[in-house]
Design a protein around this ligand. Structure first.
Ligand code: GTP
Length: 161
């Protein structure tokens, strides 16, 4: 378990365990790559962030992850690899499951819901995410811990993207 304060001062608890806070989290967050580049969405208010959102009624957590990737990026998710789960101590509390997926396609659309669509990030995302264009949800350790896990689990220790 890792604990830290987010950009707004709320306590965040992150774990690589399977569903440590909830079997049925209400939110998902998906780190996505396509052709070796990170793919974020440009949220109309918050700025660049990985896609994510709420699990809808009647939907599984993985179905929600696939749907958000399609809605916010126009991307078809490949295998969704579970990375971890985190809890934000806002009121009411928010629990998000984190996944990684390599997109199998990325097709331009007219409407990206609450976002302006995909943004490819080519540089060092762990440094770049502190820039003002990036959403506050990218700035805390949830993103660093998730990327470190992807580098170990998926990239075999290599530093890709
Ligand atoms: P809607 O999706 O329009 O309901 O947006 P919302 O931002 O009001 O609601 P949501 O339930 O997504 O989030 C409520 C609050 O929780 C936000 O204002 C943030 O303070 C916090 N929050 C949500 N997601 C995250 C996250 O991934 N990381 C951190 N640190 N805080 C989050």
């Amino acid at each position: 378990m890792y604990q830290f304060k987010d950009h707004h001062g709320f306590l965040v608890t992150y774990s690589y365990d399977l569903n440590p806070f909830s079997q049925t989290p209400a939110h998902v967050f998906i780190l996505t790559r396509y052709n070796g580049q990170w793919v974020l969405t440009k949220h109309k208010k918050r700025g660049y962030e990985f896609p994510g959102g709420k699990v809808e009624a009647g939907e599984s957590v993985r179905q929600a992850a696939g749907r958000e990737v399609m809605e916010e990026l126009g991307g078809e998710a490949g295998e969704l690899i579970y990375i971890g789960q985190y809890k934000v101590d806002v009121d009411p509390e928010i629990i998000k499951s984190v996944f990684y997926t390599e997109l199998t396609s990325l097709t331009p659309k007219h409407d990206y819901y609450e976002t302006d669509g995909p943004v490819m990030v080519t540089g060092d995302i762990l440094s770049d995410r502190y820039g003002e264009k990036f959403s506050f949800i990218m700035k805390d350790d949830t993103v660093r811990l998730s990327i470190e896990s992807i580098q170990k689990k998926v990239d075999g220790g290599k530093k890709l993207g």
